[in-house]
Ligand binder design. Structure first.
Ligand code: SAM
Length: 375
């Protein structure tokens, strides 16, 4: 059994913990922007392939007290890096955490760790790894909080929200991981019709479709970090992928759709739907919100209207939020609607009483997911 740490967006720790448990993780424990868990190598691969709500799975290899740069350098050199990395493989070091009084520049801290690793390689093997920050063979994570440092290997490589199916996007797309988490927070299940009336590039309907069709979100990715590790178990990975391919369903139990008034952004949504093989199943309509009709329900509606960070937009946005409330009241009886917003003042214009307010972070922006029961 190995100890793992899944990194997640702030506020989504509980949802991610549930998902990990469901995937078979043991000893699941939430932390700030992360979830600890344990399991075997198959679980590590399975979580990377299947988890919808987490960013990365880190594999901690050493934890130590660390007060300054010299101590950090020494501790990193105490690790035998040839177990993980040979000089002809490339390397990148990411630094996270709040640091401490001395080590408070993530870039400097990452550089110190990189130097300790490549200096060891040069001394013992005569050659060193090149740095490749975009697509390294080994990505190391150094997390410093106060006087503790945790060094981990990043098994995901690039963040898992990069599913690989989305090339085209609108102006303010949701991260796929957040979209998947919103579906969970909303209590949506594939038996219920789903609609996003302001769907942009389609992230919410597409994540809903992947879940409903039991399609592993990792199937579209070209690469995971662990695939270039020396201990990579290719037959195991292939068997997990084969199992995932075999699980994909061919039809949706209930309709999933998206609408938006911008035809260009809906073209992106359709392209993305085609890239994940669900274009024939998910409906996207060019519709001005005020003209929107409810599909057969009851169902779940989730949307994230613009928040209006730019000046001069407020008036149009007040109108948009009012229309949203009117459309909910008049045409969506029996549905449950969720609005993700980063602007409480604007949200008041919906003019309905929220049954629940769930705090959620969209990137660094503190937002609220408002729940409306439309009787
Ligand atoms: C913040 S974006 C949604 C992003 C989307 N969730 C995604 O992941 O790509 C808001 C969307 O609302 C659409 N929109 C704004 N006003 C609208 C209206 N009156 N009727 C229909 N769509 C509207 C915009 O075109 C934009 O795509």
């Amino acid at each position: 059994m190995e100890h793992y740490f899944a990194t997640v967006a702030r506020g989504l720790e509980g949802i991610a913990a549930q998902e990990l448990q469901h995937l078979g993780a043991q000893d699941v424990r939430t932390d700030f922007t992360g979830v600890h868990f344990s399991g075997d190598r198959a679980l590590l691969y399975r979580v990377n392939l299947w988890a919808r709500t987490i960013f990365r799975v880190l594999v901690p290899i050493r934890e130590f007290a660390c007060r300054d740069a010299d101590e950090l350098y020494r501790e990193v050199q105490n690790i035998s890096w040839d177990t993980y990395l040979s000089p002809h493989h490339t390397l990148a070091v990411d630094c996270t955490g709040g640091g401490n009084q001395v080590l408070n520049h993530t870039h400097f801290t990452a550089l110190q760790v990189k130097n300790a690793i490549v200096d060891q390689q040069r001394l013992s093997q005569g050659h060193r790894s090149d740095v490749d920050i975009n697509d390294p063979d080994l990505r190391v994570n150094v997390h410093i909080y106060r006087e503790r440092c945790v060094l981990s290997l990043d098994s995901s490589g690039t963040s898992l929200h990069r599913r690989g199916y989305r090339q085209a996007m609108g102006v303010a797309p949701l991260k796929e991981t957040l979209a998947a988490a919103l579906l969970e927070l909303a209590g949506w299940n594939p038996e219920l019709p789903f609609l996003d009336p302001l769907c942009g590039s389609g992230t919410l309907p597409l994540e809903a479709a992947l879940k409903a069709l039991d399609i592993a979100p990792g199937l579209f990715r070209l690469k995971f970090g662990f695939e270039s590790w020396p201990d990579f178990d290719e037959p195991l990975w292939q068997s997990l992928r084969d199992e995932a391919e075999a699980r994909c369903k061919e039809s949706l139990p209930a309709p999933i759709s998206g609408a938006d008034h911008d035809p260009e952004v809906l073209d992106h949504a359709r392209t993305n739907a085609a890239r994940c093989g669900v274009a024939h199943l998910v409906r996207f309509d060019v519709t001005e919100l005020i003209q929107l009709e409810a599909p057969d329900g009851p169902g779940i509606l989730i949307c994230n209207p613009p928040y209006g960070e730019r000046l001069g937009e407020t008036k149009t946005l007040i109108e948009l939020y009012r229309t949203l409330g009117d459309v909910f009241k008049q045409r969506f009886k029996g549905w449950t609607a969720f609005v993700l917003t980063g602007n409480k003042e604007l949200a008041k214009n919906i003019g309905l009483k929220a049954a629940r307010r769930i705090p959620v972070y969209n990137g660094s922006l503190a937002c609220t997911l408002l729940r409306y029961e439309l009787y």
